[in-house]
Design a protein around this ligand. Structure first.
Ligand SMILES: [Zn+2]
Ligand SMILES: [Zn+2]
Length: 118
């Protein structure tokens, strides 16, 4: 009986060590994924989500009067209508979706116009 109990204890210990090892590996992989090249990646991804890409027509209706009507990146006017723009959620500024604002936001995590955080 004693031998069997000892064996069971050993198996349990090995299983525990294996589980711990897996947990450490998963945690390390998770950390590497989250911190790959950019801190606070979650917020950037949220800011770049589909919710902040919309048409100029809708944004200008919502931000009437206070919004600039040129893109701060290419300095050309918005064409209006169904042109796609990216909205910075925190400040409401918007830029052409095609003008590289996504790359800017990923790299700097600030609004290109007012330098406010996302
Ligand atoms: Zn532009
Ligand atoms: Zn802004």
């Amino acid at each position: 009986m004693n031998a069997a109990a000892g064996l069971a204890l050993q198996i349990t210990a090995v299983a525990l060590v294996a589980a711990l090892l897996v947990a450490v590996i998963v945690a390390a992989a998770w950390g590497a994924k989250g911190g790959a090249g950019r801190g606070g990646g979650v917020d950037v991804e949220r800011a770049l989500g589909a919710a902040t890409i919309t048409t100029y027509e809708r944004v200008s209706a919502r931000a009437e009067g206070k919004a600039a009507d040129v893109c701060a990146i290419c300095l050309s006017e918005y064409a209006g209508g169904d042109e796609l723009v990216r909205v910075v959620p925190a400040c409401g500024h918007f830029f052409h979706a095609e003008c590289g604002v996504d790359a800017w936001l990923r790299a700097r995590q600030t609004c290109p116009l007012c330098r406010g955080g996302l």
